[in-house]
Design a protein around this ligand. Structure first.
Ligand code: HEM
Length: 198
């Protein structure tokens, strides 16, 4: 493991929860520039980072692996490093991060993207309590790539971006969960609405 913040997300859950109702902070101008510059370096290794990030996530928070039915039965995490599905999944997540970086100057578009992602995670059965872990593992995975270019300011910038995205994912998850609850509990209402629309 060997990364100071790896696994810390669980310990900061309480602090995170108390901040959840606060306004979501978007990276500032200086942080946006730092994120964009560092992304140019990270981008060359996206497949590697995607895999490292998720293998680390499963090491530090094994309960997350159960959500992925394709590899939840793989006991040996070393074998996961060469797993095709995990590589594909890692690339999907990294390409979302790429899109987020590209939308840093358009917060409303990034917001819409992250809320939609949260809605799809409702259908993947991936609950918000796990989202914070991903940012911490991303940071641990990219630190060695950036070597001496890594600074505490850059770390803060990436943390801010992940907090922004995961808070919106959580919002999307909750919206979708409420929508599904409503669909499940009010079939009569739905019928009535359909009839009045005719
Ligand atoms: C910052 C946090 C996360 C981001 C940015 C993220 C991003 C993504 C993206 C881009 C996809 C591809 C499908 C789509 O666009 O809807 C995806 C799929 C998925 N995610 Fe996440 N995810 C995050 C956290 C998690 C966590 C913590 C779990 C489980 C504990 C999880 C479970 C899944 C599953 C089961 C799928 C569907 C299978 C697949 O596409 O391989 N995600 N995620």
């Amino acid at each position: 493991m060997g990364c100071a913040i790896s696994g810390l997300a669980a310990k900061t859950d309480l602090a995170e929860r108390s901040r959840e109702d606060a306004a979501v902070e978007h990276p500032n101008e200086e942080q946006i520039q730092m994120i964009k510059d560092s992304w140019k370096v990270i981008r060359d290794d996206i497949a590697k980072v995607g895999i490292i990030m998720f293998v680390r996530l499963f090491e530090t928070h094994p309960e997350c692996k159960d959500v992925f039915f394709l590899f939840r039965d793989v006991e040996d995490l070393e074998r996961l490093r060469t797993n095709r599905e995990l590589r594909a999944h890692g690339l999907r997540v990294m390409s979302f991060i790429e899109k987020s970086v590209a939308r840093l100057d358009q917060p409303e578009r990034l917001e819409a993207l992250a809320v939609e992602l949260g809605k799809s995670h409702y259908h993947y059965n991936a609950p918000p309590k796990y989202y914070n872990y991903v940012g911490a593992e991303f940071i641990c995975a990219v630190q060695p790539i950036l070597k001496e270019q890594w600074t505490t300011e850059l770390e803060k910038a990436w943390q801010t971006l992940f907090q922004f995205v995961t808070a919106l994912m959580k919002q999307g998850y909750q919206e979708e969960s409420a929508r599904q609850r409503q669909l499940a509990t009010s079939p009569k209402d739905r019928l009535d609405k359909r009839n009045t629309a005719l």
